[in-house]
Design a protein around this ligand. Structure first.
Ligand code: MCN
Ligand code: CUM
Length: 802
């Protein structure tokens, strides 16, 4: 007789939520068996290479493609003139603007796409690209968004120079894109007028780039006989690509198949639609052959979506005890030459309005001006949900500035202003509803973990010792994130609401296949999604195959960015699992000849209440679903769910950093970095920790070194990995992680997203620690990146560098 496994054995076999199940993906990745876009090779495949502008701003007098076309092995050279009859020389952006696919009469940023050479292989295409002769007339460039608004500034967008209204309202200058205001200006101004104390701080959040290890690319293959278009692409949102390609090409979506295979990191860089994709698709349609286009590292760094470039001024009004009364923010946002920011359509500054942070701030007003400059377009969020990094940076900096002004400890000022647990759901002054949080215990845990009082005492001793070479800084960041875009009433892309989806089909043997509208770029969805189904539908994770990224098989979804997969697709997975479970319950009841209400779901089976030996396992039910279902019931066991979340989720954390700064050399050592995250219900603790390590490392990169620098003429100075800082294990500090659990009240399994929190939270924490090292000398802010040279400059300016 079969022995019934114990509860522990059944639980272990399920590998459901809460279990640190090993990543299903890793065996293939660590053996080099991943399948990336550049691994796709098709018979007859050609390769495209871009001809790009050396100038940041220039008129194109002529383009001569004859020598390139005459080069052996070249099949086509596309220019704007070739795209014009197809109306594809410009394309719509996600921000309601248009962007030149291939330069139409002028170029507006360095390395802008000018022509597309298609040849037998990459070498031939690259050689022929050199033979395309472009005659330019250089124009003055403007790279500083403040100067772009001068009356005599060079006009970047002549195509729209006379239009007084853009996608987000009134434009006040040819280089002005929009002004976006939120909050109650009058009330906020009054609070400032009546305040006991106010502080103000300017800060620049430098332009950076997500820099995934795999650059962007695609293989487009048009089948002239069938009229089918297949595109393998490095996209974080394959279904959206399908819809956009359909709009641009007039091919019905039913004949377009977009496949995102394994992706070597996205970090926001792979959300947008780039000219290279359009050119490869057009070339394939025209030539009837598959066409591959893969960027080089420099192309990736200098022409695909950058992040940040926010020039911010923050102001706080408070009483003498440090209780905040109002927040006022102005942002000048540099969007580059075309407004190609990836944000929900209604919010041109994304979710920047989470800027009131973890604090109870009764009045707030934010105004953001979007500006064109002669720089690369993009404006994605790099490991942050739509401008949340910038918002959190601002409020965390401002709280510190206020604390310094009042002489209040930087932890203490947070305790005085935190939202209390009983204030949730909390309506923020900027119109968001924070779902849940419990901030005070998180910070208390963090302070205890690094022994905060001892650290402050050591710092005081160092400050008192004139011979000390080291300045010690302690940074605190108590951030609130907003992830899970999002309720379709406030979030859409090109009019499509930001729901997500899951389809589960259980096979007769009790194994299952599940497909989602999201796409993993390294987050481990194949591992963790199966865990949700395991817990919610009682099918062992190891028997569930998770598929994403093929629009011909996966249900429509909006993709993976903004840490939305768990909050949105994760909810769809839970709900689809529940649908499976409820149908299974009816089948089990039929098999056991009892009423469905008499059954209890127990891990992997249904048990008759009060008669524990009478049970049917999910495996038995799956078999019955295909041969013995109740009268009138459909055969089969499958479910689909499309989930439109009622709200965002609001993960939070308390981070602390202890830095040692050498005042002579500017060298910095991270002595401690403690990160406590709360992402509600935790699905896979090991994957969460991996996500946090990754996000912290990218936060360290941004704070300490990353910057896309431009000279006055618009030349990019950081276009290779020699100049653009990508930390290796050698530079990366040791991370200490911790957690609390405050479930989301509106999510079916209480989970919040986590992947971006460590990035959002760590960056202000590094700056806070850096500034804190100099705070006793009156320093209230230092702009990133905090590399040794810049830190030394600070030291030098204070006269303490020798
Ligand atoms: N998770 C969990 N429990 C939770 C929340 C999440 O176990 N309560 C798990 C999830 O199941 C998932 C992972 O953590 O396996 C991340 O989930 P989530 O926070 O929902 O984020 P997404 O899956 O939507 O991933 C997007 C996010 C973004 S926007 C960036 S940017 C980023 C990031 O993921 N890019 C990454 N992490 C990355 N990690 C890798 N390796 N590569 C990237 O490109
Ligand atoms: Cu915010 S970068 Mo991620 O959204 O892909």
């Amino acid at each position: 007789m079969e022995t019934i496994p114990t509860n522990e054995e059944r639980l272990a076999k399920l590998e459901g939520m809460g279990c640190s199940r090993k990543r299903y993906e890793d065996p293939r990745f660590i053996q080099g068996k991943g399948n990336y876009v550049d691994d796709v090779k098709m018979p007859g495949m050609l390769v495209g290479v871009m001809v790009r502008s050396p100038y940041a701003h220039a008129r194109i007098k002529s383009i001569d493609t004859s020598r390139a076309l005459a080069h052996p092995g070249v099949y086509a050279v596309l220019t704007a003139e070739d795209l014009k009859p197809l109306k594809l020389h410009w394309m719509p952006t996600l921000a309601g603007d248009v962007q030149a696919v291939l330069a139409d009469g002028k170029v507006s940023f360095q390395n802008q796409e000018v022509a597309f050479v298609v040849a037998e292989d990459r070498y031939i295409a690259a050689d022929a690209a050199e033979l395309v002769e472009v005659e330019y007339d250089e124009l003055p460039a403007v790279v500083d968004p403040m100067k772009a608004l001068f009356p005599d500034a060079p006009i970047i967008r002549e195509d729209i120079q006379d239009s007084k209204v853009g996608a987000h309202g009134v434009r006040t200058h040819p280089n002005h894109i929009f002004t976006w205001d939120i909050g109650d200006k009058d009330k906020t101004d009054r609070a400032f007028d009546n305040a006991e104390i106010t502080v103000k701080q300017d800060m620049i959040y430098q332009r950076v780039h997500p820099c995934p290890l795999e650059t962007c690319g695609c293989v487009a293959s048009y089948d002239k006989i069938r009229g089918d278009l297949t595109v393998y692409i490095t996209s974080q949102a394959p279904h959206v690509v399908r819809t956009v390609v359909g709009m641009l090409s007039s091919i019905p979506e039913s004949k377009i198949r977009i496949i995102s295979p394994d992706i070597g990191g996205g970090f926001g860089n792979k959300v947008g639609i780039y000219p290279g994709y359009v050119c490869a698709i057009v070339a394939s349609i025209v030539l009837g052959r598959p066409v591959k286009w893969i960027e080089s590292r420099t192309e990736n760094l200098t022409t695909t979506a950058f992040a940040r470039d926010y020039h911010m001024t923050g102001e706080l009004a408070a009483d003498k005890d440090g209780k905040i009364k109002a927040l006022r923010v102005h942002v000048t946002a540099d969007h580059g030459a075309f407004d190609a920011c990836a944000d929900p359509s209604k919010w041109p500054a994304g979710m920047f309005h989470v800027v009131t942070g973890s604090y109870d701030i009764p009045n707030a007003f934010v105004s953001v001006d979007g500006i064109y400059t002669n720089k690369c377009p993009g404006g994605v969020s790099y490991r942050c949900s739509f401008r949340v990094t910038e918002a959190v940076y601002l409020i965390e900096r401002m709280v510190d500035v206020l604390a310094q002004k009042l002489g209040i400890d930087k932890a203490e000022i947070r305790f005085r202003n935190f939202l209390r647990k009983d204030q949730f759901p909390y309506q923020s002054a900027l119109g968001l509803e924070f779902d849940s949080g419990d901030y005070e215990p998180a910070l208390r845990k963090g302070l205890a973990a690094i022994d905060y009082p001892a650290m402050r005492a050591e710092q005081a001793a160092m400050r008192a010792d004139p011979t000390s070479e080291t300045l010690m800084g302690i940074g605190i960041c108590t951030f609130t994130e907003i992830v899970g875009a999002g309720p379709s009433k406030s979030c859409d892309i090109l009019g499509i609401g930001m729901f997500d989806s899951c389809e589960i089909r259980v096979h007769p043997d009790g194994s299952a296949i599940a497909r989602m509208g999201t796409i993993s770029q390294g987050q481990g969805h194949q591992t963790t999604y199966a865990q949700i189904i395991a817990s919610e539908a009682g099918i062992p994770a190891s028997l569930i195959k998770v598929e994403e990224g093929d629009t011909s098989t996966a249900p429509y979804g909006l993709g993976t960015y903004g840490s939305r997969s768990t909050p949105v697709a994760g909810a769809a997975i839970a709900r689809a699992s529940h649908k499976i479970r409820e149908k299974a319950r009816k089948i089990a009841a039929h098999l056991l000849e009892v009423s469905p209400d008499d059954l209890e779901f127990d891990l992997d089976r249904f048990v008759v209440k009060g008669a524990p030996d009478q049970a049917k396992t999910m495996k038995e039910v799956a078999w019955a679903a295909y041969n013995n279902v109740p009268e009138g019931m459909e055969m089969g066991l499958e479910a689909v769910d499309y989930y439109d979340p009622p709200n965002f989720t609001y993960p939070f954390g308390a981070y602390l950093c202890v830095l040692d700064v050498n005042r002579f050399s500017g060298e910095t050592k991270v002595r401690r970095f403690y990160a406590l995250d709360d992402c509600g219900t935790r699905i896979n603790p090991m994957i969460i920790e991996g996500q946090i390590h990754g996000g912290l490392t990218e936060g360290f990169a941004v704070a300490m070194g990353q910057q896309l620098t431009y000279d006055e003429a618009g030349n990019v100075l950081g276009g290779t990995l020699m100049d653009y800082f990508l930390p290796t294990s050698m530079e990366t500090p040791h991370w200490e992680t911790d957690f609390t659990v405050t479930p989301s009240p509106h999510h079916p399994i209480g989970a919040k997203g986590v992947a971006e929190s460590p990035h959002v939270g760590s960056i202000p924490c590094f700056t806070a620690a850096m500034v804190d090292a100099f705070a006793h000398l009156g320093v209230t802010h230092m702009n990133m990146p905090h590399n040794s040279f810049r830190v030394w400059q600070q030291s030098h300016a204070l006269g303490i560098d020798q």
